[in-house]
Design a protein around this ligand. Structure first.
Ligand code: SF4
Ligand code: SF4
Length: 325
């Protein structure tokens, strides 16, 4: 294991930073070739597991909690620190590095202790993926094929990484399949899209504190999000069929994917969820009542003003007639 690097770099999951020197300026496809191999025999083994910022996706958190058999709140408290996602005001978490050596809490000299459940960013490294549609211009469902066609890849080549000196050559597609990133891509897609959509809005619009809290809760703590669905007025408001309700109760992945739809609807007004007809009618009635009240109030104020003006006129006429005498 090499020395910990105190400068914090980032294992990329959101796509390309503008000009980091470690990124090769070459757009690659799934068929491009990569000469690389990472294994316990490389001189630098686990060098990339320290001095690094590893942002976690909701699916990463879900899988790590299962792996460690602890609830999300305990995982968040023990293993993560807060961060903002992709220079937006959206709150997320990253792995908390060990104080003593500035390394990932899951690394040992033998390697990664959560390897089969390691985060997305660790699986991507050293091949990043960027989206031609970065900025969230695509809405709705994207299929895997389409996503692959619209993405390109790039190599992050850092001096400490000796994997590039190894003999193994494969296509980016083969390498990604070996790292199990396809499932991660699918699980993370809508969440990444929320962040990129937020980023595309720039600084002009800010999320309310309530919206930020909701985003954080839904994307980091599914147990709390489930309680929110089943213990608030949520099911009175949204139109959900029995099958969906059952899956939200029992299936964490279904709940996570649903949370992305909910966030897209509430944060960005995307038509992903249907509000019950009677709730819409109630809201319209409330608005009408409010409008009606406002009109009545204006009429009352107008009448009061008119009465005051009339009274003023009479007073002046009275004073004039007194003056004449
Ligand atoms: S989770 Fe595993 S692969 Fe990722 S940085 Fe930590 S030890 Fe390394
Ligand atoms: S070869 Fe690269 S990816 Fe593998 S341990 Fe070394 S630095 Fe990390």
């Amino acid at each position: 294991m090499s020395d910990a690097n105190k400068t914090v770099k980032e294992k990329v999951i959101f796509g390309k930073e503008k000009n980091p020197s470690s990124i090769e300026p070459k757009k690659l496809t799934l068929n491009s070739y990569l000469k690389f191999r990472c294994h316990p025999g490389v001189r630098c083994f686990t060098a990339c597991c320290g001095g690094i910022k590893i942002v976690l996706t909701p699916y990463d958190i879900l899988q790590l909690c299962k792996r460690l058999e602890i609830p999300a709140h305990e995982f968040l408290h023990t293993y993560t620190i807060p961060t903002y996602l992709e220079k937006t005001d959206m709150p997320g978490v990253m792995l908390k590095l060990r104080e003593e050596d500035n390394k990932c809490p899951f690394v040992t000299p033998e390697g990664c202790t959560v390897y089969t459940d390691r985060p997305t960013a660790c699986r991507y490294y050293p091949v990043g993926m960027a989206d031609f549609h970065e900025g969230g211009s695509r809405d709705g469902e994207g299929n895997e094929q389409a996503v692959h066609e619209e993405n390109f890849f790039f190599i992050v080549r850092e001096d400490h990484c000796k994997g590039f000196e190894e003999d193994k050559e494969w296509t980016i597609g083969e390498w990604r399949a070996d790292q199990g990133v396809d499932l991660r891509d699918e699980m993370n897609r809508e969440w990444l899209r929320l962040v990129m959509r937020r980023k595309s809005f720039g600084q002009q619009a800010t999320l309310s504190e309530q919206a930020k809290r909701m985003f954080f809760m839904a994307s980091t703590d599914l147990a709390t999000f489930r309680r929110f669905i089943f213990e608030s007025s949520f099911l009175d408001i949204y139109e959900l069929d029995e099958e969906t309700i059952r899956s939200l109760k029992e299936d964490d992945v279904a709940l996570m994917l649903f949370s992305f739809k909910y966030l897209a609807a509430t944060l960005f007004g995307v038509q992903t969820l249907k509000i019950k007809e009677e709730k819409i009618r109630e809201k319209v009635a409330q608005l009408k009542t409010r409008q009606g009240d406002a009109v009545e109030q204006s009429i009352r104020e107008y009448e009061e003003l008119k009465a005051e003006v009339e009274a003023g006129k009479k007073r002046i006429e009275g004073e004039d007639s007194t003056g004449d005498r």
